[in-house]
Ligand binder design. Structure first.
Ligand code: BGC
Length: 405
């Protein structure tokens, strides 16, 4: 389906027109039939038929942008009854319902109930950020001898792709049905010069809610000019289901080193060991245990807001983080092919946002674990390169896996 065009579906199965939805003026739900032959859910013990009956992709209209672009929301259910909702504006995960130790589902991501609220003010709730997740110092970089100047939207720096980044555009969409999960494939063409970036970048992001209780995110991109690319998911997690702040959540980061920042949250280029500091999460530690410590790095962003260098970061899928919440027993593991993870403890949430269900998001009501290449890489020669060139393919996968005990 094109963002501004017709709903062309897969092989005509969902062939119907957006305009028809509007003209008919009725609430339309397109439920895709799942033709699964070999699905077996190992966790819930259900066979192919039962799994098939639970797995669903429902597509609904979700309002329009101020420019009149229609936005759709995909409601996904996996074989175990976990639910996710993803909308085409910002490629935003609007909700994700996972069970606690008693099997009770709760929504573990912060956000809003409606599209307008996301458009008016959102600190990137649940979005895909790009073309470059996190900061590029002074919004400047040089590739192959040409200097580029990006939109400045964070002090003197460029943050999360600029003023109108990938979190604020409407993506094209199509449903995804696989034997092991259901999802949505989103595509966006970022034009040459958008927010100052060189090259036409064709990006796709595929979310799959798998029957292994994972939110799997597959990123891909190609370009026609050399450009930095660093896509990530900016979900705000709260494993209590948004009941209280995240200070009692317990975090493990599979990282011996981190990248310290200056006052503008731009990396200094060093990669010191975390050992013996409040940045050491190699053993599971409550987020609140040391967040108020007298440690310079915690002052710059008002808490944790740093990139950790993953021990085995690289092309191989590796465990980056494990987050658990003691009262509900919910656990989230993060696996990635990226070399780093930004742990942001929701320091800029300050009680001025009222989110889903009228809940006021107080200080540190959610936390982000953004798998990524390191911030400001285009200006840091000792960081892994983020430059994508014509003929190359950017491909990377991150998985958020849920369980409870
Ligand atoms: C950044 C924070 C920023 C936040 C925006 C995070 O990824 O690291 O510095 O304030 O996104 O909500």
């Amino acid at each position: 389906m094109r963002a501004g065009g017709e709903f062309d579906g897969e092989k005509g199965r969902l062939a119907m027109y957006r305009t028809r939805w509007q003209a008919a003026g009725f609430f339309m739900v397109a439920t895709t039939g799942l033709m699964l032959s070999s699905c077996r859910c190992t966790q819930c013990g259900v066979g192919p038929k039962e799994a098939q009956s639970k797995m669903e992709v429902n597509v609904e209209p979700f309002g329009k942008t101020p420019e009149g672009q229609p936005v759709r929301i995909y409601r996904l259910t996996n074989a175990n009854g976990l639910k996710a909702a993803v909308m085409t504006y910002g490629a935003i995960v609007v909700s994700l319902e996972v069970p606690d130790k008693n099997g009770a589902l709760a929504d573990v991501v912060l956000g809003y109930d409606n599209l307008d609220a996301y458009i008016q003010k959102s600190p990137y709730f649940g979005a895909i950020v790009g073309r470059y997740g996190n900061r590029i110092g002074k919004g400047r970089f040089t590739v192959d001898g040409t200097e580029y100047t990006l939109a400045i939207n964070n002090g003197e720096n460029h943050l999360h792709g600029g003023i109108k980044g990938f979190d604020k555009v409407v993506w094209d969409d199509e449903p995804v049905r696989r034997p092991d999960g259901v999802g949505i494939k989103l595509s966006y063409l970022s034009k040459d010069g958008e927010e100052g970036y060189p090259g036409n970048l064709q990006a796709t992001v595929t979310y799959v809610l798998t029957n292994a209780d994972e939110l799997r995110i597959e990123y891909a991109a190609t370009t026609d000019k050399a450009t930095p690319v660093n896509l990530t998911h900016h979900g705000y997690w709260n494993l209590t289901g948004g009941q209280r702040d995240i200070l009692a959540h317990v975090l493990m980061l599979n990282a011996d080193r981190f990248t310290p920042v200056d006052q503008g949250l731009i990396p200094t280029g060093e990669m010191p060991r975390v050992r013996g500091t409040v940045m050491d999460f190699t053993r599971p530690t409550a987020i609140g245990a040391r967040i108020a410590a007298d440690y310079e790095q915690l002052k710059f962003g008002g808490g944790y807001d740093h990139n950790w260098v993953l021990d085995k970061g690289g092309k191989k899928m590796t465990l980056a983080a494990r987050l658990s919440e003691p009262t509900t027993g919910r656990v989230m593991e993060v696996y990635t092919q990226e070399p780093g993870v930004q742990f942001y403890s929701g320091n800029f949430l300050d009680g001025t946002i009222t989110g889903k269900g009228g809940v006021v998001y107080q200080h540190r009501w959610g936390l982000c674990l953004e798998t990524q290449h390191f911030p400001d890489s285009p200006n840091q020669p000792n960081f892994p390169s983020t430059i994508l060139r014509p003929g190359e393919k950017y491909e990377t996968v991150t998985v958020y896996r849920f369980s409870a005990k």
